[in-house]
Each structure stands twice: as C-alpha cells, then as structure tokens.
Design a protein around this ligand. Sequence first.
Ligand SMILES: C[S@@+](CC[C@H](N)C(=O)[O-])C[C@H]1O[C@@H](n2cnc3c(N)ncnc32)[C@H](O)[C@@H]1O
Length: 375
Amino acid sequence: MAKAPGSIRDSICGYLQTIGGEGSIEEISRAVVAQMGATSPSSIRSYLNNNVGKSFERVGRGRYRLKANSHDFTLLPAKLDLGPVVIVGKAKLYEADCFEWLASEPVSSIHACVTDPPYGLLEYTEEEQEKLRKGRGGVWRIPPSFDGAKRAPLPRFTVLDENDRLKLHAFFKRFGILLNRVLVPGGNVVVASNPLLSHIVASAMSEGGLEVRGQIIRLVMTMRGGDRPKNAHLEFPDVSVMPRSMFEPWVVLRRPLEGRVQDSLRYHKTGGFRRISDEKPFRDVIASQKTPKREREIAPHPSVKPQSFLRQVVRAALPMGQGTVLDPFAGSGSTLAAANAVGYRSVGIESDPKYVKVAKSAIEQLGSLQEIDPI
Ligand SMILES: C[S@@+](CC[C@H](N)C(=O)[O-])C[C@H]1O[C@@H](n2cnc3c(N)ncnc32)[C@H](O)[C@@H]1O
C-alpha cells in the first residue's frame, strides 16, 4: 500500500530522535516497519541517502544520526562514559538515566528484560521522593491500617488524568523503541503493571516495535479497590466502587523473532521460556504475597518486589539459562539479586543515588537468602 507523503521521513526522524543517537540502516528500517507496516527497504535507504547533509549525518558505514541543528533535541554521546557503580556476583548496577543508557548501549546485547517501571510519572521525581521521605503531601499515601498492621506507602494512581495517560503512553513507547534496540531477536520483556494501566503499557510498547505475548498474573492482594462510595458508604453499604484488586499483571512482550523458534534458540539463546521442570512448563499465573518484612528491611524501597516471585520470572525469562537480564528501573536491585540467586548475568540501571546506595547492600543480601517464603 502507498504510504502517505512524508510518513517515512517522520518515522525515521521520530526513531532517531527517540534514541537521541545514531542508528544503522537495519535498525532504522526495523523501527520504520514496526511503526508503519511493510515498507520497502530501498525507499528507506534512498530517503536517508538523499537527505545526508540536510536532515542527517552519515557517521559511519550505513550509520546515520539526525543533524544536530535539524530538530530541537539533545544529541547523546555515542557512548556514555560510565563505570559500573556496583558489582555483586554476576550483577552490575549503573547509576544513570536508563533512557540515555539504552540509547548508548550496543545493539542486540541484552537477552531479556524484567522490570518494574515508575507509573505515576511523578512518584519518583525528586520533589515527590522528598515528600515521601517527610511523610507529608504528594502522590504517596499511607493506606488505612488493616487488622492492626501498619501499611507501607503506596502511590495514588487515581491522580492520572487524560493528559497524564498520554504522557504515560509516550513514555512506554519510547521505552519500547529503546529496549527493542538493545534486545537480541526473540528476547523476552516482562514489565510490572497494574490493572488500570496494563493496556497502555502493552499498546505503547508494541508501537515501539515489541510484540505483545500476554501477561503474567502475580496473585497478590493489594489494598486497592473494594471501597464503598466515598462520603456515601452508609447509604450504599452493599456497593464497592471497584473490585478489590487480587492480582498484579506483568505485561509480557518480546523482540520479534528472526526465523523460527528453534533458530532463535540456537543462534540467540532466546525465543521461549525456561521450563520449571520436565513435566511443568512456566505458567502465567504465579501465587505470590506482599514482599516479606525481612526483604523490605534489607531493601528499604517503597516498591520492592518479593524474591519468591522475581526468581521464578527471571529464571524463566532466559529459555536456555544463558545471556544477560536487564532491569532498567532497578530500584533496590531486587531483580539483580534474583538473577544472582538463579545464576544469571544481569545489568541494572537506577537514576536515584539514594536507591543505588540501598541496592549496594541489598543485592548481596537478597540474592543470598535461602528461605524466600514461597507460597
Ligand atoms: C517502581 S521502582 C522499582 C523498584 C524495584 N522493583 C525494587 O524491587 O526495588 C522504579 C525505580 O525506577 C527509578 N527510575 C525512575 N526513572 C528512571 C530512569 N529514567 N532511569 C533509571 N531509573 C529510573 C526510580 O528511582 C525507582 O527506584
């Protein structure tokens, strides 16, 4: 089908702008096809060649970037000059912005991604973190105590309006594009989400070029939902505004395969999920629980996830147990700890130095826990 005039140009520029750096013809073509459907490689190549010096610079054989003055954006260095901040076992944690890190990493260098991103867009900003630490105001709230137990702070999702949702979509689309770049074909992506927003994550990341493969349901009772109508609970005692949430969805995607599953397994060590045992395939419903107190004490982060769940997901994410698992929103390093526990190589990125400090000791301690309170 004929493409709208200018659509190939917009798609190429959009991709190069998102990665903020340079891309090869193959990467650019992949991004254009992911966005626009089948597009002839020759039209992409000729558009790039005809516009060298105008919109693009050629920075090596078959490699292009936007001209610095052609758009209002900041070019990233070709390679961020970062040393590993923390190395524990087979895990490396960098203190960086993961979007910058992803844009400057070599392509096809990561075999799976397991991560728990920020959702409110706001909740991990310096300002909101300061309010959380002071225990006053902002998007963090302490749920009412229940059965006498003190609750940990939770961010309010209801503060997201339509505009925030659009921003969230843009955030996850950009994340999908950048992740797609560094993953090897067939690489799995598992992203923590919530029932109100998982559809946005799935659609935005698939617009970024990843393929949606379903969801993993973490069976955990959260304190969300189930409440009677605010200020009218006596009048409507039999009504809950929303169902009490009993699960946390983790969106499953992958970089599309090149060839058959068996080819991907042979050449890239990706293309499936590692089985639990001969008899048991990995399953998409996992009985879980709140993160145990012991783990929250080792890793004081408001969103720390339990080792019992993470170890199962991380283990399954590399079908042959070979390769590197990435967590670009590493927080306290719980995914890296889980990777160490199952013997995998891992890389984490965390932008907040306070959480990098937490992770320094938490990766070791969480990773070496023997009794992880499985359900
Ligand atoms: C929901 S938390 C993840 C917590 C993690 N699951 C754990 O068990 O500790 C998200 C983390 O992403 C970090 N973050 C937010 N934006 C980031 C970015 N652009 N690059 C890297 N880290 C970021 C936040 O500081 C926060 O620690």
